[in-house]
Design a protein around this ligand. Structure first.
Ligand code: ADP
Length: 217
């Protein structure tokens, strides 16, 4: 059975970090729409050019564009044996489109990572990411280097305080309704994201095992 995992949670909950760890441990792709968009911005594609202004304001890129990106990505061969989806869906319309994309595939496991609001603001405002590979590490001054590739650590363009507050507002308005959308499913779990990354990772593995689909080691 393919392990199809969807990670939900507000910005700063640690979705990307956990999605990356888990995907690597299982040898399945991590599909992050934020990463895909940032790459498009960097390479200067048409989608990237249009997305940049929207992302810099902390708003959401249009559903049609995002659904197209994710459908194309999930149709690739490497997603056939499972995937970890991070950053999508972000609206109920995206969730409904994902249902159609998932028709005939193994069920989605949905794990929501929760973190109190004041911690999210603190985490995002102090987060540094690598200019080259995008991985994040604790802020350690502007001359800190990336632990993975040695690149320069910078603040993400949308991690400034006013944009962070806008992203949280957008999350509550447009993405939090996804919890109600998925909560009643037997494959839904919520875990506490206000712990060390190792503990969150352990809870994530336990939640997936409890769902009874990913118990294979
Ligand atoms: P976060 O740290 O807020 O979870 P991401 O890296 O997932 O951020 O996404 C950064 C930005 O990319 C979002 O604020 C939004 O503008 C855009 N974006 C990413 N995924 C989606 C999506 N599924 N729908 C619309 N916009 C998206």
């Amino acid at each position: 059975m393919a392990l199809n995992l969807l990670v939900l949670g507000p910005p700063g909950a640690g979705k990307g970090t956990q999605a990356e760890r888990f995907a690597r441990s299982r040898g399945i792709p991590k599909i992050s729409t934020g990463d895909i968009l940032r790459e498009a911005v960097q390479t200067g594609t048409e989608i990237g050019r249009r997305a940049k202004a929207i992302m810099d304001r902390g708003e959401l890129v249009g559903d049609d564009v995002m659904i197209g990106i994710v459908k194309e990505r999930l149709d690739r061969d490497d997603a056939g044996s499972g995937f970890v989806l991070d950053g999508f869906p972000r609206t109920v319309a995206q969730a409904e489109a994902l249902e159609a994309i998932m028709a005939g595939r193994d069920p989605l496991i949905v794990v929501d990572i929760t973190v109190p609001e004041e911690q999210l603001v603190r985490r995002l405002a102090s987060r540094m990411i690598c200019e080259s590979c995008g991985s994040n590490a604790p802020a350690g001054g502007t001359d800190a280097r990336c632990g993975r590739c040695g690149g320069r650590m910078i603040q993400r363009a949308d991690d400034t305080e006013d944009v962070v507050l806008e992203r949280l507002k957008v999350y509550h308005r447009q993405s939090e309704p996804l919890v109600a959308y998925y909560r009643s499913r037997p494959t839904y779990r919520s875990i506490d994201g206000a712990q060390t990354p190792d503990r969150v990772a352990a809870d994530l593995v336990a939640a997936i095992a409890a769902v009874g689909n990913g118990g294979r080691s």
